[in-house]
Design a protein around this ligand. Structure first.
Ligand code: IVH
Length: 666
C-alpha cells in the first residue's frame, strides 16, 4: 500500500471510530488504539502535505487563531419558534393546524435542546461551513471551531445525501463538562458561566480552536434544508441524516393525536432530568414538508412548529439559618440552610444567597418559606419568599459585619457586590484555600498532598502558609492519621519536584487575585523574573497585552504587602523558579516587531503551530484573517483561495517558508 492509500484508509477508519464513539456511544476500539491510528495519520500527513484535506480526522484538534469571524449570510433565514407554557396552548396549536390543513397530519416531537444553534453546510458529503445563528439573516463562520466537535461528521457516510444541503441543530455543553469547566474557572478566579447554554455559545466564539477542542462540546441536529432532500417527511429526513452519521436524539418520535403529544411531554418532563445535557422544553413540528409549506411562516416563526417550555422546577421550603463561607481570596458567600426538599431529582439542603444586596432585596427572615429553583445553574438559588405563609416574623437576616472564621471586620470594595475578609495571612479558610490552590495540578502540581492532608497539616500547626510546605520532611507527615511512610515519602518527593515548576506556574500558584493561569503566563513572559515583576509600576504592568487596570492594581497591591514580600523571599530560599524558562525568553527577538502575519496553507519544514510560536517569539503577531493591516502572509502550499484573493485585492505580500526562515536568520 502506498502512503497515500494508507492515509485514505486511516481517515475512513478514524471517521468511523469517531462516529461509533461520539454519535453511537459504542466505541469498538480502545482510546489507546485510536490515538495510535491518529498519530500514524498525523505523521503520514506531515510527510505528505500534498494530501492535505480540511476534513481529515486530524483537523479536529484545532490550531488556527481566528481574529474575527467572517460574517456569512444564511441561504434560508434562521427563525425562532413560538413559545407556549401550557398544554392548553399546545392543544390550540394542534387545532389550528387541523383546521388549516383539513386533512390527516403527523407531528414530529423533539426535545428543545438548550444550547446555541448552528447551521452546517455539506457539499458532496463534506462539511463545508458552520455558521452561528447571528441575527437570523447572517451569522459568524465558526467552521474551525465546529470541526473540533467530535460528533459533527466532517465526511458523511452511506449514500443518498443531496450534493448540497444544510442541516441545523444545537451545539451543547454536557453538564459534566460544564461543571468541570466552572470548577476550573473558579480556581483560576475567572468569571463563571451561568449555564451550559452560555458556556456553549461562549466556547463557539473563542478565537483559539485548540481551546474549543478541549471543551468537549456536543451537537444534536434537528432540521434539514435543501433542494433535493431524501424524503417528504421531516422525521424521515432526520432518520436519513442519522444514517449519514449525524447525531439525532433517539427521543425524537412521531405522534398522530394530541393525547400522544401530551404523553410525550409528560415523559420528557421527567426523563430530561436524567439527560447528560440541558433541555428547556420540547418542539412540535408538522411532519410533512408539503404541509409545512402549506402552513407557511409568520414574520418571525413557522406556523408549522411550536415550542412548549418546561416549568423551571421550583420547590418551597423553610429557611432555618444563614451561614457564611469564606473562600481563599477572602470573599464571603452567604448560604441558606434549608429544610431538605426534593428538586429536579436531588435533595436540596443549601442554596446560595450570593451577596448582601440580594438578601436585602428578598427581605429575608429566619423561618420564612422560600422558593428554591435550579434553572440551569449548578447551585440552587432562592428566588423569593412566600409572604402569605409568614404567620410569625422571624429574625431579619442581616449580612454579617465580621468574618465568621477569624472575627476580622469585613470590607466591601466600592462598586463590588461582595464582602471580603481582609485578614489574608491568618484567616484559616483563606490560608487553607491558598495552600490548596498552590498545590493544585495547574499550579505547583503537588496534588498527592490533597485537601485532607492540608487540613491535617494546618490543624497540627505544621503549615501556616505556602512557604512552610518546603520545610516539611517525611517524619512530619508520617505521624498524621491515615498516612503511611510510603505516602509521606511520595508527598515529599512531589514537593521536591515542584521546585522545578516553571516561573509562570509559580506566579499563578501564588493566588494573586485576578491572576489566573493565562494572565500569569503573560506576566511571566513580559517581565521574565519575579524581581522585575515586583519592581514593575502600575503603568508598566498595564503596558502588557491584555493586562488592564484591575489586574495591574491587584498585582501592585499583592507585592506592596510586607507579608507577601516575606513569603516570596522564603519561596526563593526554598529554591523555586524565579526566572522564566530559557527557551521561552532567551531566543526571543524583535525582528517581527509590529508585524501582523497571517499563516495560510500547508508547510514542509515546520508545522503551523511551530510557525505561530516563531512569529510570537520574534515579536510579531499571528492574525487569523487577512486585512489591510496584515504585514504579510506566510504562505504554504495550497493556500486558501479566499485568502489569496483578499491578499491580492489588498496588495498584501506573500512570503514563502524559506523566505520567512531566512528573515529570522538575520
Ligand atoms: S427547530 C424554524 N428544533 O430553539 C424552526 N429548534 O426558538 C427552527 N432549538 O433557534 C428551529 N431545540 O436554537 C428546533 N428540536 C429543535 C430545537 C430547536 C432547540 C432552539 C434553536 C432555535 C430556537 C427556536
Amino acid at each position: 500500500m502506498t502512503p497515500q492509500e494508507r492515509i485514505l484508509q486511516l481517515r475512513a477508519e478514524l471517521h468511523g471510530h469517531n462516529h461509533n464513539y461520539y454519535v453511537l456511544n459504542s466505541p469498538t476500539i480502545s482510546d489507546y488504539d485510536f490515538d495510535m491510528l491518529l498519530k500514524e495519520l498525523q505523521q503520514l500527513e506531515a510527510e505528505h502535505p500534498e494530501m492535505h484535506d480540511p476534513t481529515s480526522p486530524t483537523m479536529r484538534v484545532g490550531s488556527d487563531i481566528t481574529k474575527e469571524f467572517r460574517q456569512v449570510a444564511h441561504k434560508y433565514p434562521m427563525l425562532s419558534l413560538g413559545n407556549t407554557y401550557s398544554k392548553a396552548e399546545v392543544a390550540e396549536f394542534f387545532d389550528r393546524v387541523k383546521r388549516s390543513l383539513n386533512e390527516e397530519f403527523e407531528i414530529c416531537c423533539e426535545l428543545k435542546f438548550d444550547g446555541t444553534s448552528i447551521s452546517l453546510t455539506y457539499i458532496d458529503g463534506k462539511l463545508e461551513r458552520a455558521v452561528t445563528r447571528g441575527d437570523g439573516e447572517k451569522g459568524d463562520d465558526v467552521t474551525v471551531n465546529v470541526k473540533t466537535i467530535r460528533s459533527v461528521p466532517l465526511v458523511l457516510s452511506g449514500s443518498g445525501y443531496p450534493s448540497e444541503f444544510e442541516i441545523r441543530g444545537e451545539v451543547l455543553m454536557p453538564w459534566s463538562v460544564f461543571d468541570r469547566l466552572n470548577e476550573e474557572r473558579a480556581r483560576n478566579e475567572e468569571p463563571l458561566f451561568a449555564n451550559p447554554r452560555n458556556a456553549a455559545s461562549g466556547t463557539l466564539k473563542l478565537q483559539d480552536s485548540s481551546v474549543v477542542a478541549k471543551r468537549s462540546l456536543d451537537a444534536y441536529l434537528y432540521f434539514m434544508l435543501g433542494e433535493d432532500l431524501p424524503a417528504e417527511g421531516h422525521y424521515e429526513n432526520l432518520m436519513a441524516a442519522a444514517r449519514w452519521g449525524f447525531k439525532i436524539s433517539d427521543t425524537t418520535c412521531k405522534c398522530s393525536t394530541i393525547e400522544e403529544v401530551f404523553a410525550f411531554i409528560d415523559r420528557m418532563d421527567s426523563e430530561r432530568k436524567n439527560l447528560p445535557f440541558a433541555t428547556d422544553g420540547i418542539v412540535l413540528k408538522v411532519n410533512s414538508l408539503r404541509q409545512q409549506k402549506n402552513l407557511g411562516y409568520t414574520a418571525k416563526s413557522p406556523r408549522w412548529a411550536i415550542a412548549y417550555k418546561f416549568q423551571a422546577e421550583r420547590a418551597v421550603t423553610r429557611l432555618n439559618e444563614v451561614t457564611y463561607q469564606v473562600g481563599r481570596t477572602g470573599v464571603v458567600t452567604p448560604v441558606a440552610n434549608l429544610d431538605p426538599v426534593q428538586l429536579s431529582g436531588t435533595v436540596v439542603k443549601r442554596a446560595s444567597l450570593h451577596n448582601a444586596d440580594i438578601i436585602e432585596k428578598l427581605d429575608l427572615h429566619i423561618g420564612d418559606m422560600v422558593y428554591v429553583e435550579k434553572g440551569g445553574e449548578i447551585i440552587p438559588k432562592i428566588t423569593g419568599v412566600d409572604t402569605d405563609a409568614r404567620f410569625m416574623l422571624g429574625e431579619k437576616v442581616l449580612f454579617i459585619s465580621k468574618c465568621p472564621e477569624c472575627g476580622t471586620p469585613l470590607v466591601r470594595v466600592d462598586g463590588e457586590a461582595a464582602h471580603y475578609c481582609p485578614n489574608d495571612t491568618a484567616c484559616p479558610p483563606q490560608i487553607k484555600g491558598k495552600i490548596e490552590h498552590f498545590i493544585s495540578r495547574e499550579a505547583m502540581n503537588i496534588d498527592s498532598m490533597g485537601p485532607e492532608t492540608v487540613e491535617l497539616l494546618f490543624n497540627y500547626g505544621l503549615i501556616k502558609d505556602i512557604a512552610d510546605i518546603y520545610a516539611l520532611n517525611p517524619e512530619d507527615l508520617m505521624f498524621l492519621p491515615r498516612m503511611g511512610a510510603k505516602s509521606a515519602e511520595n508527598i515529599v518527593a512531589a514537593i521536591d519536584a515542584s521546585r522545578q515548576v516553571p516561573f509562570e506556574r509559580l506566579l499563578f500558584a501564588l493566588g494573586i487575585r485576578f491572576v489566573g493561569a493565562t494572565v500569569a503566563k503573560r506576566l511571566a513572559r513580559a517581565f521574565v523574573s519575579m524581581d522585575a515583576l515586583m519592581a514593575a509600576s502600575l503603568d508598566e504592568l498595564m503596558a502588557v497585552d491584555e493586562i488592564g487596570e484591575r489586574i495591574a492594581a491587584s498585582v501592585r497591591e499583592f507585592f506592596s504587602k510586607e507579608s507577601n514580600v516575606e513569603l516570596v523571599s522564603r519561596l526563593r530560599s526554598a529554591g523555586l523558579k524565579f526566572v522564566a524558562e530559557e527557551e521561552e525568553v532567551l531566543d526571543r527577538t524583535e525582528i517581527l516587531k509590529g508585524k501582523s502575519i497571517v499563516i495560510s496553507g500547508v508547510f514542509t519544514h515546520y508545522s503551523r503551530d511551530e510557525y505561530k510560536a516563531m512569529i510570537e517569539k520574534n515579536g510579531g503577531k499571528n492574525a487569523g484573517s487577512v486585512s489591510k493591516s496584515t504585514s504579510f502572509i506566510l504562505a504554504g502550499e495550497n493556500m486558501g483561495p479566499s485568502k489569496l484573493e483578499k491578499a491580492e485585492k489588498l496588495g498584501v505580500p506573500l512570503v514563502n517558508e524559506d523566505e520567512f526562515l531566512a528573515m529570522l536568520e538575520q
